[in-house]
Design a protein around this ligand. Structure first.
Ligand SMILES: *Cc1c(COP(=O)(O)O)cnc(C)c1O
Length: 376
């Protein structure tokens, strides 16, 4: 079938997404979804198996044999909920959560809904998690069996000090769960070196796929102990893993086949780019061009540079009469979509630097913003 010009126009992107998922993806990633793929045969299962292997290589490059990956239908939160609800035993477990933003709060909410006992250690949203204070909380309560943190708190764009927190967790010998949703694929890490037991991310963040599933990379020994823990049938991470292990990477229920194909393409493109380190350099450059330009235009970033991730940047409102709605609408017309703030303490908006986005895009954005402000 030949596509009409009108149909072709529909495939052009109306704007660049500067949001932390869904984000701007390459044309080739989207094109991988233009066929109806079947779900039960060997070819598809081999593809899923290969995706799982590549995820393990990316997450635990120095000890891949000790780790395994599970894919789970739904958005990233479904995978967080599946992990929390499956990692903690039905009785006798207690989860400590270090919170410095909305995604940390979401883990607290998940645990509460599931009836899991928690210790919550809260920090100012504009500061990183303090490993020492987290350690004190772990030390003072021997009932704690598991600890969870968010790596990049997408609320502010802060990068929590994973290495220092990992040292604490190793000393306390509790199971370590990391929500690396918005950082995995954009910030290099090694689960083995860090002693992470469960690491969670999703298809539509730094791997640069489209939304539709999440994934968990787990230490084999850790997930193997989780049989019959789950408080949910469809979000039973152990069962999903067990099925994938025993049945050639078969999913238990209908899987997002198109999204899986797009994700496979996205993983190939990550490799072509030079892997996570190379992508991290590009994101870092995006973030730098963005922040320098925004500062020239009169905006100030919420965080000092040393805490800032390459993923997303929060900016303060430049004045009390600043209207984010009109700023947003004006920029959308010019081809850029930003993200509202999520901070409780002061008004901010956010600009993502991840996805198929390049320093030249940030230059164009900053030019438009400067023009906007000079006209006023
Ligand atoms: C995006 C994100 C999630 C998951 O959000 P969904 O809307 O469910 O995809 C969880 N944690 C963090 C840190 C995130 O950035």
């Amino acid at each position: 079938m030949k596509l009409s010009n009108e149909t072709l126009a529909l495939t052009e992107n109306p704007y660049l997404l500067l949001t932390p998922g869904p984000l701007s993806t390459t044309r080739s990633v989207k094109e991988a979804m233009m066929k109806d793929w079947c779900t039960w045969d060997e070819e598809y299962n081999r593809l899923v198996a290969s995706i799982r292997e590549r995820l393990v290589q990316l997450a635990a490059p120095t000890a891949a044999d000790d780790y395994t990956a599970v894919l789970m239908q739904g958005s990233g939160t479904f995978s967080v909920e599946a992990t929390i609800g499956t990692a903690l035993p039905k009785t006798g477990g207690k989860l400590a959560i270090a919170v410095n933003g909305a995604y940390g709060e979401r883990i607290v909410q998940i645990a509460k809904v599931l009836g899991i006992p928690v210790t919550v250690v809260r920090f100012d949203e504009r500061c990183p998690i303090d490993p020492e204070r987290f350690e004190q909380a772990l030390q003072s309560d021997p009932a704690i069996t598991h600890a969870a943190i968010v790596h990049c708190e997408t609320t502010t764009g802060i990068l929590n000090p994973l290495l220092e927190i990992a040292e604490v967790i190793k000393r306390r010998r509790v199971t370590f769960i990391v929500d690396a949703m918005s950082s995995f694929g954009g910030v290099a890490l090694d689960m083995h070196e860090l002693g992470i037991d469960f690491l969670i991310s999703s298809s539509n963040k730094c791997i640069q796929g489209v939304p539709g599933f999440g994934f968990v990379v787990a230490r084999r020994d850790a997930i193997a102990m989780c049989k019959d823990h789950a408080r949910s049938l469809s979000l039973d991470l152990y069962d999903q893993w067990d099925m994938m292990e025993r049945s050639n990477s078969k999913w238990r229920y209908t899987s997002p086949t198109h999204v899986v194909r797009a994700f496979d393409q996205a993983l190939k493109e990550l490799e072509l780019e030079g892997g996570i380190e190379a992508r991290q350099v590009r994101y870092r450059r995006n973030q730098r061009v963005l922040t320098d330009g925004m500062e020239e235009a009169g905006f100030s970033a919420l965080l000092p540079r040393e805490w800032q991730s390459p993923i997303i940047t929060a900016f303060r409102y430049p004045s009390s009469d600043f209207s984010f709605e009109s700023f947003y609408a004006g920029l959308k017309k010019e081809g850029f979509v930003l993200y509202p703030g999520k901070l409780t303490s002061e008004p901010t908006f956010r600009i993502g630097s991840i996805g198929d986005v390049h320093p030249s895009d940030m230059d164009r954005l900053v030019d438009v913003i400067k023009r906007f402000y000079n006209e006023k």
